[in-house]
Design a protein around this ligand. Structure first.
Ligand SMILES: Nc1ncnc2c1ncn2[C@@H]1O[C@H](COP(=O)(O)OP(=O)(O)OP(=O)(O)O)[C@@H](O)[C@H]1O
Ligand SMILES: [Mg+2]
Length: 253
């Protein structure tokens, strides 16, 4: 089993979209997949069609009672993946956990037993560096970075690398295991230049598959459906299907 933190300290680069689309594709390949929403924005939870205000048990309680594991908060979705949802209450957890000893290790503790029940656990983290991102990184075997083919996204990478260096004090083996270039518009030469720069800089960890800019990926979360259900033949769905093959080849057993 592999625990992947989908992380990037920049907003709107495709973390949630990648967590959901990749997770559902891996499940369709037969893998047992758990998705964890550890972002107070609850975008992953909503993109799977759930209303965060109606969630009974969320990742917040999992963090508060890590020894119980995430089972009591886990929802079997209709898309082959299990979900530990987030709610807006998670925003308050940052403060609630502030003084707590070992607060960086809560998710890791919670997943200790559960990780054996899944082939992949994908954690969707928030854009800011805080207790949630640190918990995701501490719990993970590897970091998967969605990298928008934009100069500013590339410039945010050193910041993430610095965070990973610090988190290694708690999780020594942590590294960036995969970079997925996203939101590529092949008609613009700037995108191509940035993609080249990303491949030069980060080499073999960059997946061959590139996720194109595809409006279906904007519509599908609003419809509360993963892309494979919303528009199975779209370029976005096809890209995430290819990416899942690469991920399975890289991390699979
Ligand atoms: N390949 C794509 N093509 C077009 N739109 C996309 C693509 N990937 C993501 N989007 C859209 O871009 C927006 C940001 O994507 P997403 O929510 O996945 O980013 P994020 O990194 O999780 O953001 P945040 O940092 O706020 O959590 C969303 O509206 C999403 O639907
Ligand atoms: Mg997100």
């Amino acid at each position: 089993m592999t625990v992947l933190a989908v992380a990037m300290q920049k907003g709107g680069v495709g973390k949630t979209t990648t967590t959901l689309s990749l997770g559902v594709e891996l499940a369709q390949m037969g893998a047992r997949v758990l998705l964890i929403d550890i972002d107070p924005q609850s975008n992953l939870t909503m993109a799977l069609g759930y209303d965060p205000t109606e969630i009974e048990h969320s990742v917040y309680e999992v963090l508060l009672n890590p020894v119980h594991g995430p089972g009591f908060a886990t929802i079997p979705t209709g898309y082959g993946v299990d979900l530990v949802p987030a709610t807006l209450a998670l925003a308050g957890a940052e403060l609630a956990l502030a003084g707590r000893f070992g607060r960086e290790l809560l998710l890791r503790t919670a997943l200790q037993e559960t990780r054996r029940a899944y082939d992949y656990i994908l954690i969707d983290s928030p854009p800011s560096l805080g207790v949630f991102t640190v918990n995701a990184l501490t719990a993970a075997d590897s970091v998967l970075v969605p990298l928008q083919a934009h100069v500013f996204a590339l410039k945010a990478m050193p910041q993430l690398e610095e965070t990973i260096r610090i988190v290694r004090q708690l999780n020594p083996a942590l590294q960036i295991g995969g970079v997925a270039v996203t939101m590529v518009d092949r008609r613009t030469s700037v995108n191509a230049l940035v993609e080249d720069a990303i491949r030069r800089e980060y080499g073999a960890v960059v997946f061959q598959t590139v996720v194109p800019f595809n409006v279906k990926l904007v519509e599908s979360p609003a419809a509360g459906q993963p892309i494979s259900a919303y528009a199975a033949d779209s370029s976005g769905a096809r890209a995430y299907r290819d990416l899942a093959q690469e991920v399975a080849a890289r991390y699979g057993k």
